[in-house]
Design a protein around this ligand. Structure first.
Ligand SMILES: [Zn+2]
Ligand SMILES: [Zn+2]
Length: 270
């Protein structure tokens, strides 16, 4: 798909700006740190992640999906379905795969060390949504490619998934105030900021809940859903017990966090 990169980048920048404006106009919580203390590193690691993916997979996941369907790989190649049904099946399956991957990153101590960098942000805002360690991004990409090949996912379904996952991740990490009625309606389908903020709580049982990034169904169906943080959204503490010094918000410190300190109490089997 010729314009995949441009479409994805355009939507990403538009949603990033829209959410940043919403945060400025109607914030949910007071900031603990100025934007200047966190945003350069959070946006910097996002650029680094994009470069790593471009180097390892220059043609992108959508081109890989085209290759798979051209060679009749995967389950969807073996059955005849209307195109739009295949697109929806691919979208929902990829979303479930990303949910399960997120649970796995919290379950296995070695993977938690990589993923915990997402949780060491000491505020929760739109830039937290792009704050992932490059190793997590590479593992995530591999899982996505295996899922695409096994399913024979159509390119349109993969493109839709990539665009929506990026957009909903920015949305559900945003520090935005939403009316509680609007939150409960949106939350029936999509993970809202109040729902995902519970996952960024310092309390272990709250960190190990609400793993969804996009559709809110998986947490409800599979028993990992938690409605609200015990301390309330305004009083709850964001982050984990470790790496609470402001110097840990710098890019180089974030990159070496997987190899520092004890694994701690957070992994599910810990
Ligand atoms: Zn997590
Ligand atoms: Zn998150």
């Amino acid at each position: 798909m010729k314009h995949e990169l441009l479409i994805r980048l355009g939507v990403f920048i538009a949603v990033l700006i829209a959410m940043a404006l919403w945060e400025a106009i109607a914030p949910r919580r007071a900031r603990s740190f100025a934007r200047a203390a966190r945003w350069p590193a959070n946006l910097g690691i996002s650029i680094l992640d994009s470069l790593v993916v471009r180097i390892l997979l220059p043609l992108g996941a959508v081109s890989f999906a085209n290759y798979c369907t051209a060679h009749q790989w995967g389950l969807l190649s073996a059955i005849t379905l209307p195109k739009f049904v295949s697109v929806i099946v691919a979208f929902i399956t990829l979303d479930l795969a990303i949910y399960l991957q997120h649970v796995m990153f919290h379950a296995l101590p070695a993977l938690w060390r990589i993923h915990r960098m997402h949780h060491t942000d000491l505020d929760f805002d739109v830039t937290t949504g792009v704050r992932f360690h490059p190793i997590e991004i590479v593992i995530s990409m591999a899982i996505k490619l295996v899922t695409i090949a096994a399913l024979g996912a159509p390119a349109a379904g993969v493109l839709l998934f990539e665009i929506l996952l990026n957009s909903t991740s920015l949305f559900n990490h945003s520090n935005v105030a939403m009316a509680s009625t609007a939150d409960s309606v949106v939350r029936l389908l999509i993970v809202t900021p109040d729902m995902h903020r519970v996952h960024h709580s310092i309390v272990v049982r709250e960190t190990n809940s609400n793993f969804g990034f996009n559709l809110s169904w998986w947490d409800r169906l599979l028993g990992t859903y938690r409605d609200q943080p015990a301390a309330g959204h305004l009083a709850m503490t964001i982050g984990i017990e470790d790496f609470r010094d402001a110097c840990e918000l710098k890019l180089l410190r974030m990159l070496i966090q997987p190899w520092r300190g004890a694994t701690g109490e957070y992994p599910i089997n810990g």
